[in-house]
Design a protein around this ligand. Structure first.
Ligand code: SF4
Length: 326
């Protein structure tokens, strides 16, 4: 359930295009439309899940929102200010408030730094606190993520995958952010460890009032942690809904197909579950044709779907869908 109605982030018509190298056989500039006219918002204190097949643009959207990439067009309103076109210096206070947890904790941690140095790095950059005060903060954060003071002297290779992700979370928390982008943050972990990390993220959210954007391809975990979920297809947002409603009553044919592909542990239920397999060709992100981007794979496509791109429509409380069927 959404805990607070105040928006922390509002994304309006955001685009992120990557230019391709020009070829002598193709005229004009070609671009990959990784994020194409996406609008949504995230409330303070909520977890917004972002799902879709690999390559749908969900990670690019997260990274553009965090200003790791410069947007091509559109607005990113963070706590009332549009940060989409801010220069590096003006962005500095926002960088402190927007942190990130990466997919692969091992490659995101410097193997030559011990835990204290890893967590101290953002504190040293973003605060003017003394070394002693920073050390106190590090000890406190390690405890919050289930590690110990003694771990400060150790190096990343001395920890398990789950523990390394806890170090990554501790580093993200060090400077007291408002918002954390969790980019496939649990995908590289064992299933048993995934649940522990999710529970810890939820506890930290309650304790510290954090707001999360949770990017993932594992749909069962996303349901567990998210208040609302956005579904992306080929750089576009196609459905946004409260989490339980999306799983109980998915409306967009693409969401229906994605959800029906989730493995069901109970063999009896699995037998009775009618799976919607996505067939048809995946269109190019470079030369998008007019109409609905899902139409070449959609079993319900009509004539209008080839003519006109569907716009996002509100079909219920906080439930939006971009499909001509609604
Ligand atoms: Fe299918 Fe048409 Fe809806 Fe696109 S707009 S998802 S093609 S029914």
């Amino acid at each position: 359930m959404t805990k607070n109605r105040e928006k922390l982030i509002e994304v309006k018509h955001l685009k992120k295009y990557f230019p391709l190298k020009t070829s002598m056989f193709k005229k004009g500039k070609q671009v990959v439309k990784a994020v194409d006219d996406v609008s949504f918002h995230i409330y303070k204190g909520e977890t917004f899940g972002l799902v879709g097949e690999s390559g749908c643009g969900k990670s690019t959207l997260g990274r553009t929102l965090n200003r790791l990439y410069d947007p091509t067009e559109g607005k990113i309103i963070f706590d009332g200010r549009d940060i989409a076109s801010l220069e590096q210096k003006e962005l500095q206070p926002y960088r402190k408030r927007m942190q990130m947890i990466f997919q692969d904790p091992y490659s995101s941690l410097n193997p030559y730094m011990n835990v204290e140095e890893i967590i101290d790095e953002p504190l040293e950059i973003h605060t003017k606190l003394s070394k002693m005060k920073r050390r106190e903060i590090i000890i406190d954060i390690l405890e919050k993520v289930g590690l110990q003071k003694d771990d400060m002297e150790k190096f990343p290779h001395e920890f398990s995958g789950g523990q390394r992700q806890r170090i990554g979370i501790a580093r993200a928390l060090a400077i007291n952010p408002d918002f954390i982008l969790c980019d496939e943050a649990i995908s590289a972990l064992d299933v048993s460890i995934q649940a522990q990390v999710i529970n810890m993220l939820e506890d930290l959210q309650t304790e510290l009032g954090l707001t999360y954007l949770f990017v993932a391809h594992d749909l069962s975990m996303v349901r567990h942690i998210s208040d609302r979920i956005g579904v992306m297809y080929l750089g576009k947002m196609v459905e946004i809904s409260p989490s339980d409603e999306l799983y109980d009553k998915p409306l967009h044919p693409y969401t229906q197909a994605l959800l029906s592909a989730i493995p069901i542990p109970d063999p009896m239920k699995a037998q009775s579950n009618k799976r919607e397999i996505i067939t048809g060709e995946l269109p190019s992100l470079i030369e998008m044709e007019k109409g609905c981007p899902f139409r070449s794979r959609c079993p319900l496509a009509k004539a209008i779907c080839a003519e006109k791109a569907p716009q996002m429509k509100e079909v219920g409380s906080e439930h939006f869908v971009a499909c001509h069927l609604y």
